[in-house]
Ligand binder design. Structure first.
Ligand code: PPS
Length: 570
């Protein structure tokens, strides 16, 4: 293992073995106990191994973890604001002893590194949440992750790198800290200001970053995060294509783009400090910190977790020991009367200030509305529109739920015919009976089997929706949590319209088209929904339809009107 020495940024760890030693370690590691790295851990390990997390040499051991949580420092006294830990299951931890070696594998089973086990402990997650993020509110994405996704036991220890995680996308933009430093050196870039982002860049961002570089007479590194960002963010593929467009709006040879495979925690001020240390490791001399840096959004009371300029304050307080300088920036707004961007606190009453929020931008994209040139660059907007078509070009799922015999299938069929008549979209009907024949033929009606059945429907519907089609589903789907699961699967990729066919049990039983209610009453069919198995009434469906006194034709028509009002059909 060696260390790179470069003019700025200090010593850079390099945890990789040379080729021959890596091969030998890989052979030996085949006999070690194995841990399959999670998506978050894959991001962390990449930055541990390549030195972006210098001075760390592995996942934090207990004393360092405790010190980081309580005082933002390693036990050595070095400033380090974010715990970087290997979280595992109790079962796995039970197999380990300090001193053991673990093979760490990627999703395909490739051994990327070995870990020499140090401490093994069950962390107090509430203390971690409070200490690091200042809250235990699960609206904070990192607290939610900590409580619901991360494993219950942490394993610390030194890492030995065998090979870097593989990336197949944007290979020309993926560089280690050593490679970035070498590039700066080759180009003679002695001062470089880093711009951190997890969003597409528009004119205001270009303006801020360009001004910052001019202000400190530095070159600019656009250094977007392409690991894990905030759930719901624009995917990194789209964003990187946008960043590639934006490069041409800077003076030639002044600015470059490189990708950072970091798993963000959305930790506000502490995360900003972490970002600064990471950028220092990449050889940058400055970092831009704007308004609400790495902000996690609102808490469960609707209030901001952190003040808009808390991150700047924290960096200021540690300026002496950070080997990188902050370029603080206020929010920029467009002054129409001046036809230029100005910092919000320089705007006077005479200025006609324009701004488009993230929410407003999403609305305009969804509805195919104009996005003005003062706000963004035409090629960036075109790129965003490619992956965010207006609603009437997006896929959607109409998910009927209701008792057996409530009329779901009949209305679903009527809706399908009406949508086919309109034309222009591919439609798939996933009726309860069709699914049970083709997808779920081995399943019965226990809770476990019903859940599996609905999860399968949800998976197929989400694929159809993602690819721009229409899925019409009509199972009983009696459980709230499973319907929620399906909604969560589909909403990120398109529309989800839940329709409760609320025909009361007495009517369904009276109709008893298939004679199943009689059999259920006689005890010949077990676990029959509404009779001997529960139906949990949907609380907030997009629509409820009681089929008493309304024909299937009218019901389907009402759904069409609803789809139109939501923008899914034109
Ligand atoms: S579920 O709960 O969503 O998985 O059910 P689903 O796949 O929609 O299947 C419901 C159809 O199966 C018939 N059937 C039963 N329904 C409910 N409970 C029990 N025990 C049962 N056994 C058989 C019934 O015909 C349902 O069809 P529909 O079209 O809803 O009447």
């Amino acid at each position: 293992m060696g260390a790179f020495k470069e003019p700025h940024g200090g010593e850079l760890k390099n945890l990789y073995l040379n080729e021959a030693a890596a091969e030998a370690e890989k052979q030996a590691a085949r006999d070690y106990v194995s841990w399959d790295l999670t998506e978050r851990q894959l991001c962390d390990i990449e930055l541990l191994l390549n030195g972006a997390f210098s001075p760390l040499e592995g996942f934090l051991n207990r004393a360092d973890y405790d010190a980081v949580v309580s005082s933002m420092r390693l036990t050595s006294g070095v400033l380090w604001p974010m715990p970087v830990t290997l979280d595992v299951s109790e079962d796995f931890a039970g197999k380990l002893q300090p001193g053991d070696k673990v093979a760490l594998r990627d999703l395909e089973g490739v051994i990327l590194a070995t870990l020499e086990v140090g401490d093994i402990w069950s962390p107090d997650k509430a203390r971690e949440a409070e200490g690091v993020f200042g809250t235990t509110d699960e609206k904070h994405p990192a607290v939610h992750f900590l409580n619901n996704i991360a494993g219950p036991v942490y394993v610390g220890g030194r890492l030995t790198g065998i090979e870097a995680p593989t990336h197949y996308d944007f290979k020309h933009l993926r560089e280690s800290p050593a490679e970035v430093r070498t590039r700066f050196k080759k180009l003679g870039w002695r001062k470089v200001v880093a711009f951190q982002t997890r969003n597409p860049m528009h004119r205001a961002h270009q303006e801020i970053s360009h001004r910052a570089a001019r202000e400190v007479e530095a070159n600019l590194l656009i250094h977007p995060v392409v690991g894990m960002t905030k759930p719901g963010d624009v995917d990194h593929y789209t964003r990187v294509r946008c960043y590639e467009h934006i490069l041409k709006y800077y003076p030639e040879q002044t600015t470059s783009l490189s990708l950072l495979p970091l798993a963000m925690r959305m930790g506000g001020p502490r995360e900003a400090l972490w970002h600064a240390i990471i950028r220092k490791n990449y050889g940058c001399t400055h970092i831009i910190i704007g308004r609400d840096h790495a902000g996690p959004g609102k808490d469960s009371k609707g209030e901001d977790f952190y003040g808009p300029y808390d991150a700047q304050e924290l960096l200021k307080a540690h300026a002496d020991e950070l080997d990188i300088s902050m370029v603080p920036f206020r929010m920029m707004v467009f002054a129409e009367n001046k036809a230029q961007y100005i910092p919000i606190d320089e705007a006077t009453d005479a200025d006609q200030v324009l701004n488009i929020s993230g929410t407003e931008l999403r609305r305009r994209l969804q509805e195919g509305l104009e996005i003005p040139e003062w706000f963004s660059f035409p090629d960036v907007v075109t790129e965003l529109r490619r992956t965010h078509p207006p609603r009437h070009k997006q896929g959607f799922t109409v998910f009927f739920t209701g008792l057996s015999g409530s009329g779901k299938s009949t209305i679903a069929n009527a809706l399908m015919s009406k949508l086919m008549e309109i034309g222009g979209r591919q439609i798939t009907l996933l009726d309860g009976d069709i699914v049970r024949k083709n997808l779920s033929s081995e399943l019965g009606f226990s809770k476990e089997h019903r859940d599996l059945n609905i999860q399968r429907i949800g998976f197929v519907a989400s694929e159809i929706t993602k690819n721009g089609g229409i899925a019409i589903c009509a199972p009983i789907a009696p459980y709230t949590s499973t319907r929620r699961y399906v909604r969560d699967l589909i909403e990120p990729v398109g529309g989800f319209i839940e329709i409760h066919v609320s025909t009361p049990l007495e009517i369904c039983e009276e109709r008893d088209r298939k004679g199943l209610y009689a059999l259920a009453r006689a005890g010949k069919i077990k676990e029959f929904t509404g009779i001997s198995d529960p139906y949990e009434t949907p609380e907030n469906p997009e629509m409820a339809i009681d089929t008493i006194g309304i024909s299937p034709d009218l019901a389907a028509h009402r759904i069409l009107v609803k789809l139109e009002s939501m923008g899914f059909i034109k």
